[in-house]
Structures are given as C-alpha cells and as structure tokens.
Ligand binder design. Sequence first.
Ligand code: NI
Length: 240
Amino acid sequence: MQRGLFGLLAAAAFCWTVLSAPSAEMAASAGTRLPQETRYVALTFDDGPRASTTGRLLDGLRERGASATFFLIGEQIAGNEGLVRRMKAEGHQVGNHTWTHVRLQGAGDAAVRREIGDTDDAALRRVLGDGAYWVRPPYGQVTDGQRALFSVPLVHWDVDPQDWKLRNADRDVQAVLSHVQPGDIILMHDSVPASVDAALRIVDELEAQGYEFVTVEELLALSGVTPEAGRMYHSAHEAT
Ligand code: NI
C-alpha cells in the first residue's frame, strides 16, 4: 500500500519534472532515462589512523568530494593527531574502534568501559573535543548483555570485501562492486595500502553510477532512521 502510494507520487513528480522542463530537454530526458533518486552509500575504514596510508586516502576522498567514516584505534592516535583533525575538518565521521583492538565479546564490563572510555577521553575528545563517537566493535560483535554499556549507536556493515586478507585492489573493487546497493555500509581498512587504492577506484566507479558517499550518521538520517544507543546498524535497512 505504502509502496503503491510512493510509486504514484514518484510518477507524479516525474511527470511534473518533464512537463516543467524546457522542450529540448524534455525530449532528451523522456527519451533516454528515468530520473534517478540519489543512491547513498557509506564507506567505512577501520584500524587507522596510520601515518603511511591514511593521508593518501584523505587526499583522494577530498578530490572526489566523498565523505567516509573512520573507526580509530585509540592507542594509534598519539602522533597522528593531524590526520584525525583532518578527518573531522573535511566532513568525515570519526568513531571509536577500542583502545587496543580487543575482542569485546567475552571481555568483562570493566574492560569494555575502559577500552571505549579511554579511546573517547584520552584520544578522541582530547584531539577533537566533545562529541558522540559511535562505536564499531572489533570483529563486529558484542553480546546482547554488553549493549547497555554503550551510550552511542554501534556500527556493523553489510558489504565486506575481506580487504585486510586479500590485499589486492582489483579483487577488492570487484567484491564491492558486485555486492553494493544503495543504503549499504561498506567495510574497508585504511591500514592496508591496496585498500586505499581500491577505495578510491570504488568511489570513482560508484559516483559515475550516481552514488553519493556519505557518513554512516548521514546515511541513517537520509534514510529516516533514528539511531539508538546500543543498537547495531548493518545498513540503512537493517539493524539488530
Ligand atoms: Ni578492526
């Protein structure tokens, strides 16, 4: 029912666009393709910041007008503060990937609080100031009992090219392009040089297909999703 109404509205909007367009453009647009809604997608990078690779990725994203989300390892931030400031200044979302990249499942509550709290307080807030730093748990997992420990949303992914293992830009690109759909959250690692190459090629290819790269927070907002603390977001369409 909702879908039917939406289709009707979309058709009406299309007709209005065509009718209101100058005649030359009308012929072109009516004859070639339907108007396309923007396809939003979120690229996410884990395990940085790294002095050797993250700067090159930030340069490439800036050239392409693409936003991304970075989940940082707390103990790697000292010495890389400039990269972290650039992320925020250039419109990216910065998040928390624990202090030591520990597997949270099986860790005690005090350890979880310390891994998240130290990264927030000793690193992210010290460099970027106060903020809500969303969490990506290493390996994407927390127990149901641990969810109450988090005061921010948790971020998973639904496209995983296994780039940290493949370390092969061609295969990364193919793995992402063959799976990606609007609303997806893509997992990559700016700690791997081949992943930086692949990510920039993925941006080029998908921007040519009409995709726009936004942060995870923007992706959810654009999709009408209100993020909740302790809930795990896999895409704009799926949360657990
Ligand atoms: Ni990781």
